[in-house]
Design a binder for this molecule. Structure first.
Ligand code: BGC
Length: 248
């Protein structure tokens, strides 16, 4: 079978926009990862400009897979918790495709990271229900049943103990409030147990930059389901977005 050419994956986050070329048969980066700070304010036009710069940087032509940190239905942003509010109802597929001259396909960032983990990473051999959670500026979630994604789960905004969870225990909140790993680990444990009550997952995959330090907070987790660290760490969004495009 002919080898597929690398696909450009772009991961749009609250603080940085990261891109790389991906070998979608292996789920591996085949170029350096290029990062540009997320423009502030992160308006659709400003972000589209960076996406166009990325495509130029890699001198790329072809399909592009891209993530956004919000609910994305058929390429249209429906929420914007940690990006400029003017994103709501913006057709990101159209905007980015026009800005780059390449067909760009946009999906939720946690869904992309989850696809990468379930296909190539920590959830690869696992059947049943997998819940991937990414802890960063916000809390992203991706729900899988036997490898099939239920898109836009948004469990980071689940109301837990009277609050929008993300506003209490994202990695950013841990940092802003100078919370210890012990305090944060116990808080997250309560949330995981609540998710377990609702979804009975077979496995939780914990991602986001903070998962590099999982040995510091995993000891506070007391779930029935297995909890594992994401394997692809900060490459997961890039890999998952590129892989999803290759499956279209
Ligand atoms: C957004 C999600 C996103 C997560 C991680 C949340 O605030 O609502 O769509 O996946 O942040 O970026």
């Amino acid at each position: 079978m002919a080898k597929k050419s690398p696909i450009l994956g772009i991961d749009v986050g609250g603080s940085g926009i990261k891109a790389a070329l991906v070998d979608v048969s292996k789920g591996e980066l085949v170029s350096d990862r290029h990062r540009i700070a997320t423009p502030q304010p992160s308006t659709p036009e400003a972000v589209a400009d960076v996406i166009a710069q990325m495509v130029k940087h890699f001198d790329y032509q072809g399909n592009v897979g891209c993530t956004m940190p919000g609910v994305v239905q058929h390429g249209v942003l429906k929420t914007a918790a940690n990006i400029d509010k003017s994103w709501v109802d913006t057709d990101a597929n159209k905007l980015f495709s026009e800005a780059t001259g390449c067909p760009v396909s946009v999906m939720n960032d946690a869904d992309a990271a989850g696809i990468a983990e379930v296909t190539f990473g920590a959830g690869k051999e696992q059947r049943g229900v997998i819940l991937v959670l990414t802890f960063g500026t916000g809390i992203g979630s991706a729900l899988f049943v036997n490898g099939h994604l239920v898109p836009n789960a948004e469990l980071g905004h689940l109301e837990y103990k009277g609050y929008d969870t993300e506003t209490r225990m994202s990695a950013k909140i841990k940092e802003d409030k100078k919370m210890s790993y012990k305090k944060w680990g116990k808080l997250v444990n309560g949330y995981l147990q609540y998710l377990e009550f609702l979804f009975s997952p077979d496995m939780f995959v914990i991602g986001g930059g903070i998962s590099k330090k999982s040995d510091k907070f995993f000891p506070y987790f007391e779930t029935k389901a297995k909890v594992v660290t994401a394997n692809l760490l900060n490459e997961a969004g890039i890999v998952g977005a590129a892989y999803a495009v290759s499956q279209d």
